[in-house]
Design a binder for this molecule. Structure first.
Ligand code: ATP
Ligand code: MG
Length: 564
């Protein structure tokens, strides 16, 4: 018999390990049961799907445990930051369906952090180093070999105060001095080997404080302190910060006397195949015009995915599926594609869109006659109703749905006596076709059986295949952008080749002359549809009254699936 420890019996829905930590802390009465998290983006780029994972965690924990989650811009490096990013980040978080409690900026704490730095100097815990960044890096040592102490390490406190004051006043050029914590150049954790606390930046104004500050705190010195100033209880971040955690704690230990401490906890970052998520690389793609912008539908950015037709629900359910662990790995992008198919399947209206149109003339259908037929919007959900489809003697069908000399296993139109149903309409039989001087088919002829109208008794007669159509006079022209994976290799970042040489040449194909149903005339950007037999599509913001533009979100089936 298995021994059962009752204390470990949890309600069945399994918790992720961060939730387990939080529940444990709550049981122990830590911070009087208060839960506070933050999402801390640096405003130096647009958010990507990896950030969505962090957002779902930070906001999700606060929501689940009646806590608060604040948004804090980690804006300590004016060289790369911009208000454009500040605005887009807020828009994207809201779109994903989350609302922060308060909006903070690390730059709100520049004065407090500076005061703290002076306190460190006065307590002999920080010194001004006049060596260059390169020399400091060389002196770091290796994990098994102690570093070299700076010749400036033991300068008098008074001198440190004066020099830091000169740095602060902008009297020292960039790169000439830094403020370093005086910890231990032989420490087994490299981050303890006198880490840099402050650097001089006078070349770029800060997006909020302008030119007021000439010195800026480093991430490690700013992050834990900002968490503490705000009252964060759980500072959740990605695994690469795990080695920084002892330093995060050390800085706090130097000046916090009360029991409360923010605690850093780490989970595995999201890596996806066939894309890049480093902001530096994404910026390169944008700046070099290799994509049409941060919101290019091929980008892994939130705004790119949105424009591609991804929904917030699909992104959240994807994040839910991949979960949170302590193990780094790469997720197959087909799982993300699966999530959007799954989300749109019960929601999106099915419509006919003809990508490669050829005219079909029903020779026994009265000329100039039109009739209104009805088609269900979504076979998964009757409440989504039906829509009108205009029917007439001339229709557009897909070129590939007709074959003049077809083999036995071709079940669509061919003049060999086979019957085919026109979607939500009648059964037809091809009779022949017209060709141009090159032998290319330009028109197909057929006859219809008036007793086979869908919705009537004759409409129940089954034939081997159904094809899509759009009535010629009412059809609307549309441009369709067929997006595919941005890179042709799974891991463009690990290749020896430059990642820009690994772009998928077929990641965008434009269909100029698609014909869609008249019902689509009033669509608006981000509306979703299933183009029958083809895939899910959304309306692009480039659409105008004159010209509809659709983006392919995802094909109906995974065309990249490995053949077995
Ligand atoms: P960079 O690309 O410059 O390394 P970053 O992606 O770390 O930057 P930040 O703005 O610092 O960008 O990230 C904000 C938060 O999002 C951090 O807590 C970070 O841990 C988290 N985050 C970033 N990338 C991912 C990812 N791929 N998966 C999960 N979380 C991520
Ligand atoms: Mg970062």
């Amino acid at each position: 018999m298995k021994e059962v420890n009752c204390e470990n019996v949890e309600p069945k829905k399994s918790l992720n390990f961060i939730e387990q930590i939080v529940e444990n802390d709550l049981r122990e009465g830590l911070n009087d049961g208060r839960i506070q998290t933050r999402f801390p983006p640096e405003p130096n780029g647009y958010l990507h799907i990896g950030h969505a994972k962090a957002i779902c965690m930070d906001f999700g924990i606060a929501e689940k445990y009646n806590g608060v989650c604040n948004l804090r811009f980690d804006d300590t490096n004016p060289v790369k930051e911009d208000v454009e990013y500040v605005d887009s980040i807020q828009e994207d978080i809201k779109w994903l369906g989350f609302q922060w409690n308060k909006l903070f900026y690390a730059s709100d704490y520049f004065q407090q952090l500076h005061d703290l730095a002076i306190r460190f100097i006065k307590e002999g815990k920080a010194y001004v180093d006049e060596q260059s960044a390169e020399v400091i890096a060389q002196q770091k040592g290796t994990p098994t070999q102690a570093g070299v102490e700076s010749p400036y390490r033991n300068r008098p406190i008074e001198e440190n105060l004066q020099l830091f004051d000169q740095m602060t006043k902008g009297l020292i050029p960039d790169g000439k001095m830094v403020l370093r914590a005086k910890i231990d150049m032989g420490h087994s954790n490299m981050h303890f080997r006198d880490p840099i606390m402050y650097r001089i930046i006078t070349t770029h104004p800060h997006h909020r404080t302008g030119t007021q500050w000439k010195v800026y705190p480093m991430y490690d010195f700013a992050h834990g302190q900002s968490d503490y100033f705000e009252g964060v209880t759980h500072s959740i971040c990605t695994l690469e910060f795990e080695v920084h955690r002892p330093l995060y704690d050390w800085y706090l230990d130097q000046f916090v006397s009360e029991n409360y401490r923010p605690k850093q906890r780490e989970f595995n970052r999201l890596n996806l195949n066939y894309t890049v998520m480093s902001k530096r690389k994404m910026l390169q793609l944008v700046q070099e015009g290799l994509v049409a912008g941060w919101d290019d539908p091929r980008m892994p950015t939130i705004c790119g995915l949105r424009r591609r037709g991804y929904t917030p629900e699909s992104i959240r359910s994807f994040i839910d599926k991949i979960g949170y662990t302590k193990v780094e790995g790469t997720i197959d992008v087909s799982l993300l594609e699966h999530s959007i198919r799954e989300d749109l399947k019960p929601k999106a209206a099915r419509v006919c869109a003809i990508m490669d149109p050829i005219k079909l003339v029903i020779t026994n259908y009265e000329e100039n006659k039109k009739e209104i037929l009805f088609s269900e919007n979504n076979p998964e959900d009757e409440t989504l109703g039906t829509r009108e489809m205009l029917f007439g003697r001339e229709l557009y069908i897909e070129r590939a749905d007709f074959m003049e000399n077809a083999s036995k296993d071709f079940f669509r139109l061919s003049p060999m006596g086979r019957e085919v149903r026109l979607k939500s309409a009648y059964i037809v039989q091809a009779t022949g076709c017209k060709k141009d001087e090159n032998g290319t088919v330009v028109e197909v002829y057929c006859t219809y059986d008036p007793n086979t109208k869908s919705g009537t008794e004759g409409g129940n007669r089954k034939v081997k295949s159904t094809i899509n159509w759009v009535e010629v006079d009412s059809a609307i022209d549309a441009e369709v952008r067929l997006y595919d994976r941005l890179f042709s290799v799974e891991d463009p970042s690990s290749s020896d080749e430059d990642f820009r040489d690994l772009l998928n040449p077929d990641s965008l194909k434009i269909v100029e002359n698609c014909k869609v149903e008249a019902w689509l005339k009033d669509v608006k950007p981000l509306d979703h549809f299933q183009f029958l037999k083809i895939g899910y599509f959304t309306v692009d913001a480039d659409s105008s009254e004159e010209r509809l533009v659709f983006n392919r979100t995802v094909s109906l089936k995974d065309t990249w699936a490995k053949k077995v």
